[in-house]
Design a binder for this molecule. Structure first.
Ligand code: FES
Ligand code: FES
Length: 160
């Protein structure tokens, strides 16, 4: 076991890890259980966090690889006053979630997408979310929420 320190949502988080400890397990072990594990094949995207600003499936990297990096998780996404940020609010307003299991990963992926591409098309959103699986919503309202969060008109998106 080695002690490592990772900066998560602006705060240093330390803990002992084995070489094989995954970043998602390190985060969840530190009480940051908003990052979910939905598969063991790196397919579902429920575990997406940002590592140095880039969306990463935290089940696909070792915790030790993130040492010294800046990690952002869903717990750090709300506004400083605790209110939902624009993406979270849009998910709520447009019913972009049902059970909510995929939601942290969806919100983190959406945040990374909007940073790269502030006004993505519906097609670009669907393409970007290819690595995020949702078993409940059929994706429609998730796409709508992300379009709305980017300030675009969602009335052209047919209701479902
Ligand atoms: S838990 Fe990481 S992709 Fe499914
Ligand atoms: S809301 Fe249930 S998996 Fe997406």
């Amino acid at each position: 076991m080695n002690e490592i320190t990772i900066k998560v949502n602006g705060k240093s988080v330390s803990g002992p890890v084995e070489g094989r400890t995954l970043l998602v397990d390190f985060l969840r072990g530190a009480g940051l259980t908003g990052t979910h594990v939905g598969c063991d094949t790196s397919q579902c995207g429920a575990c997406v966090v940002h590592v140095d600003g880039k969306a990463v499936k935290s089940c696909s990297i070792f915790a030790a690889e993130a040492e010294g990096a800046e990690v952002a998780t869903i717990e750090g996404q709300a506004n400083p006053d605790g209110s939902l940020n624009a993406i979270q609010q849009a998910f709520q307003d447009h019913h972009g979630l049902q059970c909510g299991f995929c939601t942290p990963g969806m919100v983190m992926s959406a945040a990374a997408l909007l940073k790269e591409n502030p006004r993505p098309s519906e097609h670009e959103i669907r393409e970007y979310l290819e690595g995020n699986i949702c078993r409940c919503t059929g994706y429609h309202n998730i796409v709508k929420a992300i379009l709305a969060a980017s300030g675009q008109d969602v009335s052209a998106i047919a209701a479902e």
